[in-house]
Design a protein around this ligand. Structure first.
Ligand code: SF4
Length: 339
């Protein structure tokens, strides 16, 4: 129980009714200690959730932190497939997500049944899936990938084998362009957030801010269109930096640019402004906000810690097959993205 319980409301857009003030933060920390839980927050979480967490990072880095953490309970402030990935890598731990309705339009663009039907058309193909997929899709996958290692993963597959790449069409097309591979088939999935980051917008921003650098952090799928468009020349190449979360924060601390445009979900700006307060960070598109990420509200986190819900379950047989696809990726090369 928490002293703030009676203020929490639940509606179709999620849990509400609690202000993220000092009393809230103290209550969150008290309940986390009581439960013996570690709090993980994705970079795209609300600033208050990031500030109260033990660790902040991208989905794979957080899953690995979850596996290494001494605590038996993990509270994953992010979307559902990310909490599932943490469970896959830490099957003996209790993994909680503050609101299990926090989905992902990219992960939802392919189901395990869709993938099985696609595989039936190309029975000898190797399946490569971006980490933004459900556990059931990972279980049907040969090798997972992140945006940092997708090219390396595909290059490790013999030239004469067909490759099925899902679910992100921008990342898939970027990999096809870089590898020159004709037998790479790409699923037509996308994240609704990156729909707002288009070529015209990038070119206009480059003209309007001639001294600015452009940071692209495509780990979540929301900026894979920027990754693709930067490769097409929509922004001057010498000013584009494609970076993992950790690389982006390091670059921000070192940069001589007075202004940096950021092509990713707007939650990342909070970490960047904290790391380099003297730099003017601006979103390429300030509407690029993920409504699913923002379902992890202060009220949802409090309810989660108070009630021990929502718990994430993955069928052990699916988890084992999904884990194998993640392990194969790790054996091939750096997954990239850390804090
Ligand atoms: S930003 Fe896009 S890819 Fe990331 S969780 Fe939201 S919908 Fe999914």
């Amino acid at each position: 129980m928490t002293v703030l319980d009676d203020r929490i409301t639940n509606g179709p857009d999620g849990y509400a009714g609690v202000v993220a003030d000092e009393q809230w933060a103290a209550e969150v920390r008290r309940l986390a200690d009581l439960r013996g839980a570690t709090l993980l927050a994705h970079n795209y979480q609300l600033p208050a959730i990031q500030d109260v967490a033990d660790h902040i990072g991208d989905s794979l880095a957080l899953s690995r932190i979850a596996a290494a953490a001494p605590e038996d309970t993990i509270v994953f402030c992010g979307v559902h497939f990310m909490a599932e990935t943490a469970k896959i890598l830490s099957p003996d731990k209790t993994v909680l997500i503050p609101d299990q309705r926090a989905g992902c339009s990219l992960a939802d663009s392919i189901t395990a049944a869709d993938l099985r039907a696609w595989k039936a058309e190309y029975p000898d193909a190797v399946v490569v899936s971006y980490v933004n997929t459900t556990a059931a899709v990972k279980a049907e996958t040969d090798i997972c990938c992140t945006s940092s290692n997708a090219v390396e993963v595909v290059a490790s597959i013999p030239e004469d084998r067909d490759v099925l790449f899902c679910p992100d069409q921008f990342l898939g097309n970027h990999v096809r362009r870089v590898t020159g591979r004709k037998n790479l088939h790409v699923w037509a999935g996308e994240c609704h957030v990156h729909a707002g980051i288009n070529g015209d917008e990038l070119a206009d921003k480059a003209l309007a801010h001639p001294d600015a650098e452009l940071y692209v952090h495509p780990e979540c799928g929301c900026a894979t269109s920027a990754l693709y468009l930067a490769g097409e020349g929509a922004f001057p190449q010498d000013r584009v930096k494609i970076l993992s979360t950790g690389g982006m924060l390091d670059e921000a601390r070192e940069t001589r640019a007075r202004q940096v445009l950021v092509a990713t979900e707007v939650g990342m700006l909070h970490q960047l402004r904290r790391a380099a307060p003297g730099v003017d960070f601006q979103a390429v598109n300030d509407r690029a906000s993920c409504k699913f990420m923002k379902m992890i509200t202060p009220a949802a986190l409090l309810r989660c810690l108070s009630e021990g819900a929502d718990e994430v379950h993955v069928d052990p047989e699916i988890a084992e097959r999904a884990r194998a696809s993640v392990q194969r990726m790790i054996e091939i090369g750096t997954p990239g993205g850390g804090e």
